[in-house]
Design a protein around this ligand. Structure first.
Ligand code: MN
Length: 266
């Protein structure tokens, strides 16, 4: 099996190294990842600056990768269209330092990279782990658990373009209960901005680091993670609100299709 591994924390992030070590059990792994941290880059891509690429080799650990001065989605695009010598069977993104659950899935560069893999019709899996408050994170164990989930998913022979979001709970909080398949939470988070003044007297704002979701919907990724479950959420990137399609097709669009359509021909 051939695997493209990427992330949004950057090619030197400990989470990526830990997951790389585990994924090597499944086959050949090549890494194309951002040169610097790109957390919360979502699905953005780079169009007004060049994508510099530097090879990163560590033969003693069987690590071969390319650091891209771009976004996570840039990395996947570039990997599949230019860099990789083969078409991968699987795209994995992570393991991210911090969970990507609830509406944070939409901001996540980790998930953005996996979505890009799904665009290319490859099974794609985003992996993240919740960080402990004060202790160092056990990325080795987090990656081992993520690999087990990846193996379970692959065992079910996912279709091309199938997209999964996997989260491992804070491992310092207690033992894992198991795996739950749950939908994304959509309840909002409490966010705050620190208002500051720079040395030249100009006001600026800096978003606070701790997002809390005070009223998460039950049986979602956010609640299951808090209850110490590994969560798996099947995702899709088609944002069309299908129930509205039929209804809106029955709307009266005659103003546009009538007079204005005629005018556009003139
Ligand atoms: Mn990140």
């Amino acid at each position: 099996m051939r695997i493209l591994l990427t992330n949004d924390d950057g090619i030197y992030a400990p989470g990526l190294r830990a997951l790389h070590a585990e994924l090597c059990q499944l086959g050949e792994v090549l890494v194309v990842a951002p040169a610097t941290e790109q957390s919360a880059a979502g699905h953005s891509v780079t169009i007004y600056s060049p994508l510099l690429v530097q090879e990163v080799l560590d033969p003693s650990k069987g690590f071969q990768g390319w650091a891209v001065e771009g976004r996570p989605a840039d990395c996947v695009k570039l990997a599949l269209r230019q860099i990789l010598p083969w078409k991968p069977d699987l795209v994995v993104s992570g393991i991210n330092s911090g969970s990507n659950a609830g509406i944070n899935v939409l901001y996540s560069g980790t998930v953005g990279a996996a979505i890009e893999g799904a665009f290319f019709q490859m099974p794609s899996i985003a992996c993240s782990m919740e960080m402990p408050g004060n202790e160092p994170a056990n990325f080795a164990l987090g990656a081992r658990l993520a690999l087990q989930v990846i193996k379970d998913i692959l065992g079910k022979k996912p279709d091309p373009g199938d997209l999964f979001n996997v989260n491992v709970p804070d491992l310092c909080r207690g033992p894992i209960k198991g795996v739950r398949v749950v939908p994304q939470n959509t309840a909002s988070y409490v966010e705050w901005f620190d208002k500051r003044v720079d040395p030249r007297g100009r006001v600026y704002y800096w978003i606070g680091p701790d997002f809390t979701c005070p009223e998460p919907h039950p049986d979602t990724d956010v609640t299951a993670l808090a209850e110490q479950w590994i969560t798996v959420t099947p995702l899709q990137f088609n944002l069309t609100r299908f129930p509205a399609l039929e209804i809106m097709n029955d709307w009266n669009w005659e103003n546009t299709t009538g007079q204005l359509a005629t005018e556009s021909v003139r």
